[in-house]
Design a protein around this ligand. Structure first.
Ligand code: B12
Length: 311
């Protein structure tokens, strides 16, 4: 018996997902696979070596779950309800304001799968994913009809923007109906390419991580940031949102209602003085359960030293 796609969408909406779609599990389209292999071959993944591991699995979800028949993709809004302003002197990228999205997404995806399978007979095998396995998540969001992939490489949801986390359920059952991809609505616009201060988006739909401030301030482990990045980062000490801030579709973004994405008070109290003298203990306390721990203490302090606080 196929699973009901209308029930899936109803449960997803009740659980606070802004969008949900489903597609048959199959290898990704050949042009997408080719682009991914080329991107790796050209070294555009910088030092994120894990991206060149398990390439075959990343390009074919049926290798991630035996008997996989469907891929469900969901989106969870993280557009901040309250922004850091000039009093804070430094910025963090929006996705990192609240609790670590891996945990939030995982518990909601588990609840979604349990609701969907509550009355289903027989064994059903599934796996849930959010940024923790070789899955081409933006491709699946596009393939499941959630939105289109923008020139800034972000998955953009019509009349909602791009500030959404993506997650998936790969499951060994078919659904009553599948969704279709929607065409790009970027048109001739190049605002994201023009807004990138390090020219990481040299061509539409392709990002060179080696130049991207998000990569350099979060993933890069060097003791000092490259001089060009330090000049370009301004006051943003963790991640970068410039390519999505410049996107005209972001005018539709609405504050998230996901309680876990509300920042803690002590995060909001950080300023130049407290950040430049931040101890490891304070760092651990303030960023407990936050995605910001990805940069590690040394990385965050390196970024603070390189950045220019807003006057
Ligand atoms: C590595 C990684 C990064 C790297 C590299 C980013 C990149 N563009 O590749 C760095 C550290 C720079 C990064 C930064 C950010 N990331 Co990141 N990242 C990932 C990760 C782990 C893998 C991405 C990957 O495989 N990249 C390789 C490239 C080649 O693939 P891709 O960009 O994902 O998708 C391409 C292909 O799929 C192809 N394609 C596929 N289908 C189609 C169809 C059509 C029609 C076309 C034209 C193209 C196309 O085009 C896409 C664009 O090039 C994913 C999680 C995951 N497992 O997917 C999160 C993920 C992509 N990141 C995410 C986020 C939120 C961010 C940041 C906004 C965080 C921040 N503020 O600093 C920035 C955005 C920067 C940017 N413009 O990408 C979200 C994106 C949500 C969204 N709405 O798109 C993800 C999905 C995590 C999640 N689970 O929510 N990230």
């Amino acid at each position: 018996m196929p699973l009901s796609s209308s029930l899936l969408k109803m449960y997803a909406s009740r659980l606070g997902f802004a969008a949900c779609g489903v597609a048959p599990a199959a290898p990704v389209e050949e042009i997408v696979a080719e682009n991914f292999r080329k991107w790796i071959a050209e070294g555009k993944q910088a030092e994120m070596g894990y991206l060149s591991n398990h390439v075959e699995k990343r390009l074919d979800p049926t290798l991630l779950l035996e008997g996989a028949q469907s891929v469900v993709s969901v989106a969870l809004n993280y557009y901040p309800a309250e922004m850091l302003d000039s009093e804070h002197q430094y910025e963090f990228s929006w996705y990192a304001y609240g609790q670590d999205y891996h945990d939030v997404m995982k518990s909601r995806l588990t609840a979604l799968a349990e609701a969907l399978l509550a009355d289903v007979e027989g064994e059903v095998y599934y796996r849930i994913f959010c940024d923790t396995a070789p899955v081409l998540e933006r491709y699946w969001a596009w393939r499941c009809g959630l939105g289109w992939i923008g020139k800034n490489t972000q998955l953009i949801i019509p009349r909602a923007g791009s500030t959404f986390f993506l997650g998936e359920i790969i499951i060994d059952r078919p659904f009553t109906a599948y969704d279709e991809p929607i065409p790009s609505r970027c048109g001739t616009c190049t605002r994201c390419l023009d807004a990138c201060p390090t020219q990481a988006l040299q061509h539409p739909y392709e990002l060179d991580a080696c130049r991207c401030l998000s990569y350099l301030t979060i993933e890069y482990r060097g003791e000092m940031l490259p001089a060009e990045a330090a000049r370009a980062m301004g006051n943003c000490i963790y991640g970068c949102d410039r390519c999505q801030q410049a996107c005209p579709w972001m005018r539709f973004a609405r504050p998230t209602e996901v309680e876990e994405f509300r920042p803690k008070t002590d995060f909001f109290q950080l300023n130049r003085e407290s950040l430049s003298s931040l101890s490891v203990e304070d760092y651990r306390k303030i960023f407990r359960g936050s995605a910001i721990k990805r940069a590690k203490y040394e990385g965050l302090m390196r970024n603070v030293r390189a950045a220019e606080p807003r006057k």
